[in-house]
Design a binder for this molecule. Structure first.
Ligand code: SF4
Length: 162
């Protein structure tokens, strides 16, 4: 049977982004033909509605990211300042449950998102990017699932398919 890969649903054309848009990645969709896709949107799975206020990771330290959120050292706040940390953590845990129950060992997730970002996420003012992972990426990585950014998936996908 085909190997299973978790993919951010917005990359597959679902309009689940905070602003009700998708971020369809056609190259990725073509390259994923040989595997079985499992679309996930951790923010919706955490109970947030679409559209929803934009959010970002905020902590005492400038480099706070999803790993700091897991440790209780940072929060996820909407641009209006509402605390959505619980929803982000819940969505990440549910995504991990999907990975574990389906046997997916690889996740290809949307760049720069406070939940799906891998390697880079938006800064607290949304003006630029900082090094770090989103909350879901941090939860998946901690559990040993390989996570890659949508722009850098090819090597990981080839390796995973072997
Ligand atoms: Fe959902 Fe992740 Fe896409 Fe945000 S980046 S809309 S959480 S799949």
């Amino acid at each position: 049977s085909k190997k299973k890969v978790l993919v951010s649903a917005c990359l597959l054309g679902e309009k689940c982004r905070f602003d009700g848009c998708s971020c369809t990645n056609d190259d990725l969709i073509n390259d994923l033909d040989p595997v079985e896709l499992i679309p996930v949107c951790p923010e919706e799975m955490g109970g947030l509605s679409t559209p929803r206020p934009r959010a970002r990771v905020v902590g005492d330290r400038d480099d706070a990211d999803g790993h700091a959120v897991i440790k209780g050292e940072a929060k996820v706040l909407t641009h209006e300042g509402n605390d959505v940390t619980h929803e982000y953590l819940k969505g990440g845990e549910r995504t991990l449950n999907v990975a574990e129950s389906s046997g997916a060992g690889l996740a290809i997730l949307k760049s720069n998102s406070p939940s799906c970002g891998c390697g880079k996420i938006f800064t607290h003012d949304f003006e630029s990017l900082k090094l770090g992972d989103g909350t879901t990426t941090a939860i998946l990585k901690k559990a040993g699932i390989k996570v890659v950014d949508e722009s850098e998936y090819r090597d990981a996908l080839n390796e995973y398919r072997k």
